[in-house]
Design a protein around this ligand. Structure first.
Ligand code: SF4
Ligand code: SF4
Length: 78
């Protein structure tokens, strides 16, 4: 389980960059529906569940606009 946070306003846009979309082995990024404050179109995550927490997106983003955190398993109530 992972949590993928996109810092939208740090992104330079998928048209000019798009590295995250090309490095994700699970193709979990798609174009966002809204431009950011800088007028660029950031990516959005279509589904966090298949994420393998490989960190490719986070380490490849030149603008450090992606943070991937491993979610801790919550204990099931007894
Ligand atoms: S951590 Fe890996 S699998 Fe998860 S969104 Fe990033 S590139 Fe894709
Ligand atoms: S790699 Fe980073 S800067 Fe490039 S499109 Fe993805 S989030 Fe934006």
């Amino acid at each position: 389980m992972s949590e993928i946070i996109i810092l939208k306003n740090s992104c330079k846009g998928i048209e000019d960059c798009g590295i995250c979309m090309s490095v994700c082995p699970k193709n979990l990024f798609a174009p966002s529906h809204e431009m950011n404050e800088r007028g660029f179109l950031p990516p959005r995550v279509i589904d966090e569940d298949p994420c393998t927490v490989c960190m490719n997106c986070m380490v490849s983003c030149p603008d450090m606009a992606i943070v991937v955190a491993k979610k801790k398993k919550t204990k099931e109530p007894k």
